[in-house]
Each structure stands twice: as structure tokens, then as C-alpha cells.
Design a protein around this ligand. Structure first.
Ligand code: OGA
Ligand code: MN
Length: 300
């Protein structure tokens, strides 16, 4: 029997009673979707999965984004990307520095990201404690905590999100090996515009959809006002009271809702402490479609 055990914080729950080597039943899928709408970050511990199982599970939620660069995907399951600091024969086996600052995946694409699915294969440990935590920030709570005046001010406004904002911040870090994007690479990822206030497709709640990783401009206001508003919103949404830290264990399958969270991968481990994650990124195409809403969310 599937059981949802909420964390003490508003964000996060553990799901017991599912073995993802088997396909979920419709009832299980509904229960996972509801839990996702309510808790946003779901941990399924002790999952012993082939990357193909990770892909099959992820596909239930929508279109899985395949790697844009064609690099770092699993040979037996191309939808599965590899995040890792492991180097074999002088070559990185995965993206070594993914997500190492606050951001929301795929906010820079016209179809936003919906969920990430990460399966922990190797977790760095030191003195019995896991390293490489992933931090989350709750954007439903952040919206709710906005002063009324700000809720009114941002209702109906949009922000432009650009992949290059995050990329360039990484390039500028001391010791970075990332080259700046070429014009051709930038052209492949044109900026996208999204409302600042989003009605969540599962919970129906309002969430603040904005993140310091990619949001670069609030539209319809002056440059100075856009900068001042973004400064306020970034500072507001990053307050520790909205945070939840996930401490990884090998075998954790973590799925999280991008529409209502930010996340940040903490790089507190060294090259001698290997970390290996298998990842599927699912786009928010199907979750906003009327058919999906009707089939999975309207019915009791
Ligand atoms: C991601 C990401 C976090 C992590 O997969 O999008 O940011 O902890 N990763 O690896
Ligand atoms: Mn990310």
C-alpha cells in the first residue's frame, strides 16, 4: 500500500510502498501526483533501478527532455542524463557542476520544466554524513508570505528568463572550465517569457514563478523598476524559512515539482568523493493539457 509521510516542513514527503521496477497503477499515479501538488518534493527510498526504470517512471508525467548537447546521457537509456564529478580515462562521465546555485530548471523555455527525477547511485560521504545535499525553496509559501501590495503589483506581470544568465554566472566563477556560449548556442536557447504568478496545475494554488538563476527582466516596467523588483523578489524567495534540505542516500529516487520550487545543488564535496545521479527532466506540456487535467486531476 502506498503511504505518504509528510516532512515536518511544508515542503517534502516520503512515499513508501512503491517499487518502481514495476509500472505504477493508475491509482498510484494519481496519489503521487496529488502528493506532488501538496508537498512538491517527494522521496522514494531504497529504489534499486535500472536507468530504463527511471525513464519509464518519468515518462508517465510528460515529455522527457533529452540532452540538448547530446552529451552525458546513459548508453542504455538515452532519456537519462548523468550528473557526476567522476572522471574516467581523463573524461567526465557526467555533468560535473549541474545546478550549483538557486534556479528552476527550464524556466527559460517556452514549455516550462515540470518535474525532475533524480536517482542517487553514488552519494559522497564524510564522517558518516552525506555531502552534496540539494536545497529546495517553497514558492507557494513564498507567494503566500508576500505583502498584499506586492501580490497586487505582480499579478498579471511577466518575466523574461534566459539560459545564458545562469551559464554566464558559472563562467564567471573562479576556476570555472565552462566556456561562454557561442552565438549559435545562444540562438538554440532563446529567452522565454512567463507570468510571475502561476496557478499550479495540480493544487490550483498561486505560486511565485521567478528565480535568480534565469529571470533577467520584468516586462512592462522601466529597467530600474525591473531591477528593483527582481532584487526584492529574489531576496524574499530565498529566505531560509522557505528552505528544505534533501540529504541523499544511495537508492533515493527524488522527484520534485519545478513549478513551485527553486533548487540549489551544494558542491561541498571534493573530486575524491564521487557523486553519481541519474536524471530525467520532464516538461510541463501534458500537465497543463485539458485531457491530462480531466483524466488525472478532475476525477476524485
Ligand atoms: C538538476 C540539479 C541538483 C543536484 O538536476 O537540475 O540542479 O543536487 N541537480 O544534483
Ligand atoms: Mn537544476
Amino acid at each position: 500500500m502506498l503511504r505518504v509521510e509528510p516532512n515536518a516542513a511544508t515542503l517534502g514527503a516520503t512515499i513508501h510502498g512503491l517499487d518502481l521496477r514495476q509500472p505504477m497503477t493508475d491509482a498510484e499515479f494519481r496519489a503521487v501526483l496529488r502528493a506532488l501538488g501538496q508537498y512538491a518534493v517527494l522521496r522514494l527510498p531504497n529504489q534499486h533501478l535500472h536507468p530504463r526504470d527511471v525513464a519509464a517512471f518519468s515518462r508517465r508525467f510528460g515529455r522527457v527532455q533529452t540532452s540538448v548537447s547530446g552529451k552525458y546521457h546513459h548508453a542504455e537509456a538515452p532519456e537519462v542524463g548523468i550528473l557526476s564529478n567522476i572522471v574516467q580515462d581523463g573524461v567526465n562521465i557526467g555533468i560535473p557542476d549541474a545546478g550549483q546555485d538557486w534556479h528552476t530548471d527550464m524556466s527559460y523555455t517556452a514549455t516550462r520544466g515540470f518535474i525532475n527525477v533524480l536517482h542517487a547511485v553514488q552519494v559522497p560521504m564524510r564522517d558518516g554524513q552525506p555531502l552534496g545535499n540539494t536545497l529546495f525553496a517553497d514558492m507557494r509559501a513564498a507567494y503566500d508570505a508576500l505583502p498584499d501590495e506586492w501580490k497586487r503589483r505582480i499579478e498579471g506581470l511577466t518575466a523574461t528568463h534566459d539560459f545564458n544568465v545562469f551559464w554566464q554566472n558559472m563562467v564567471n566563477r573562479p576556476g570555472s572550465t565552462r566556456p561562454p556560449l557561442t552565438p549559435a548556442e545562444r540562438a538554440k536557447r532563446p529567452p522565454a517569457t512567463h507570468p510571475l504568478v502561476l496557478r499550479h496545475p495540480i493544487s490550483g494554488d498561486r505560486v511565485l514563478y521567478c528565480n535568480p538563476g534565469y529571470a533577467e527582466r520584468i516586462n512592462g516596467v522601466s529597467d530600474a523598476e525591473s531591477t528593483a523588483m527582481l532584487d526584492f523578489l529574489f531576496q524574499h524567495q530565498l529566505q531560509p524559512r522557505f528552505h528544505h534540505a534533501h540529504h541523499w542516500q544511495v537508492g533515493d529516487l527524488l522527484l520534485w515539482d519545478h513549478l513551485s520550487t527553486l533548487h540549489n545543488a551544494i558542491a561541498d564535496y571534493t573530486a575524491a568523493e564521487p557523486r553519481l545521479m541519474h536524471r530525467c527532466q520532464v516538461m510541463a506540456d501534458q500537465v497543463f493539457s485539458p485531457e491530462f487535467q480531466h483524466q488525472w486531476l478532475d476525477a476524485a
